[in-house]
Design a protein around this ligand. Structure first.
Ligand code: LLP
Length: 463
């Protein structure tokens, strides 16, 4: 993912500068179903609708920018994961991708479990009625207060991430007169083919206990000795936005290898393994993600095969998809404010949000698509860079994309596949207010997370 340098030329408008793009699409009005939420379509007037509501109405009613989430799509994707893995496995939605109380209720109704990684996510989950025993608690540095809250609430599992935490959780559980179900997160030494900041199973990083050098085996030894803990399994998460299943294959092989060693050393067959999340989604038409049933089949087969070879009972598998469920279900709706054409380079299209509502482009060089959604257009494709309103030149939402050349201030444009890690990573940079999340379903739109106000900002500023 190397960042392309700003090209100095060429000066001919028909020669395109270097960048992360393919040829312009044949028709800019067509919305590729791969990157847009399931109910998104253009109506007879050329206006884009989602869940039966058009974007002009949404912009009038809720303002821009706004994250617009297709509830039917969210539920369908959650259900697809649940169905694909069946009753002998568990699907924990990774709340870090996007969490709100409405989302927790949908997950509960659709039979999914929930992975949380902070006290705030745990509080959100509990306040929306997710049964505690369906919650997994993650994190490489959970505070004593967070652990105490999780154990007291009765969470289904705490994923232990360090030697210190093995002792801490055991101690807190004993103090509370409980025996806490735990998994140990290990790093299996897999280099996932993704951005460095979101790859997590190689050894040189903060998460997990390395399998290498016998550290994971030592962690298991200690956990099995502590009566405050019930060790139920081993956890591995290899990274994010992964398309290639071979990393999971190696991870499953190594996790099962550890289960075998544990059986041989302690005579115990741990009943569960968790293979984490990380499945990729389509941000542009060039991405080809796998369907949940393909992923479930691949993972189940790998684990089954490895266990058979090791003569182990097949453990219950769990997975933790975040992005793959919520990512494709939402788009960010922006209004175009200013337009700056640079001859022979590209045209900068400024919108009313930016890096405060989508930091992924600046942080990971992430690629996105964009479309004019308030009308159709027959104008020529124009190479555009969609930028925000922040005081920073790296404030880029879509680095390289084609928009119709007649784009004008006041047009609405939308960036699809922003359901994951956009609202959840949003900031108040420049004291810009974080946008609302509007859920749309069956012709009705409702705010599930409201827009931040200046009063919200000032309330925290106690002078
Ligand atoms: N399980 C664990 C233990 C994780 O650490 C994560 C993500 C997931 C599951 C869910 O992964 P997903 O299926 O959503 O890829 N901010 C980055 C992604 C960070 C992911 C952190 N952990 C991004 O915007 O790409």
């Amino acid at each position: 993912m190397s960042r392309s340098a700003h090209p100095a030329g060429p000066r001919h408008a028909d020669v395109l500068p270097e960048g992360h793009y393919s040829a312009p699409p044949a028709d800019l009005n067509t919305l590729d179903a791969k990157v847009w939420a399931q109910t998104v379509a253009r109506d007879a007037q050329g206006v884009v609708t989602v869940g039966g509501v058009d974007v002009k109405t949404l912009a009038e009613e809720f303002g821009t920018p706004a994250y617009v989430l297709d509830e039917a799509d969210f539920r369908a994707r959650a259900r697809a994961w649940r169905t694909a893995f069946g009753q002998d496995a568990d699907v924990f939605y990774a709340g870090k991708a996007f969490l709100s109380r409405a989302v927790v209720r949908w997950l509960h109704e659709e039979g999914l479990n929930l992975d949380v990684c902070s006290g705030g996510e745990l509080a959100t989950a509990l306040s929306a009625g997710m049964p505690a025993d369906r919650i997994a608690f993650h994190g490489n540095n959970k505070s004593t207060a967070e652990i105490t809250r999780a154990v007291a609430a009765g969470v289904g599992r705490i994923v232990l991430d360090s030697f210190q935490e093995i002792v801490r959780v055991a101690h807190i559980a004993r103090e509370l007169g409980k025996r806490q179900r735990v998994q140990i997160r290990i790093t299996v030494g897999v280099e996932a083919h993704t951005h460095e900041f979101i790859a997590t199973a190689h050894e040189d990083q903060k998460f997990g206990i390395p399998l290498a050098g016998g550290q994971a085996a030592e962690a298991v030894r200690r956990a099995l000795q502590l009566d405050g803990l019930e060790l139920i399994g081993i956890h591995s998460h290899i990274g994010s936005q992964i398309f290639d299943m071979s990393g999971f294959e190696v991870a499953a092989h190594r996790v099962v290898g550890l289960l075998k060693d544990i059986r041989d050393e302690h005579g115990v067959e741990l009943p569960e393994i968790d293979l984490g999340g990380g499945l990729g989604i389509a941000y542009t038409s060039d991405d080809d993600p796998r369907e949940p049933h393909e992923i479930a089949k691949a993972l189940t087969e790998i684990v089954g095969r490895e266990c058979e070879a090791a003569k182990l009972r097949t453990p219950r598998i769990s997975v933790e998809p975040g992005r793959a469920i919520v990512g494709p279900t939402a788009f960010t709706l922006y209004e175009v404010g200013t337009i700056k054409p640079l001859d022979g380079l590209r045209t900068y299209v400024s919108v009313d949000g930016g890096m405060s509502d989508n930091i992924r482009t600046a942080l990971y060089d992430a690629e996105y698509s964009v479309a004019l959604v308030s009308r159709a257009s027959d104008a020529e494709p124009m190479l555009a860079r969609v930028v925000g309103k922040h005081c920073e030149s790296g404030d880029i939402v879509v680095r390289d994309a084609f928009l119709p050349a007649d784009i004008a201030p006041g047009d609405l444009i939308a960036v699809p596949a922003t359901g994951a890690y956009c609202r959840s990573m949003a900031s108040n940079y420049n004291h810009v207010l974080r946008p609302p999340v509007v859920a749309v379903k069956d012709g009705e739109a409702r705010v599930i997370v409201r827009r931040e106000t200046e009063e919200d900002l000032l309330r925290l500023d106690v002078g």
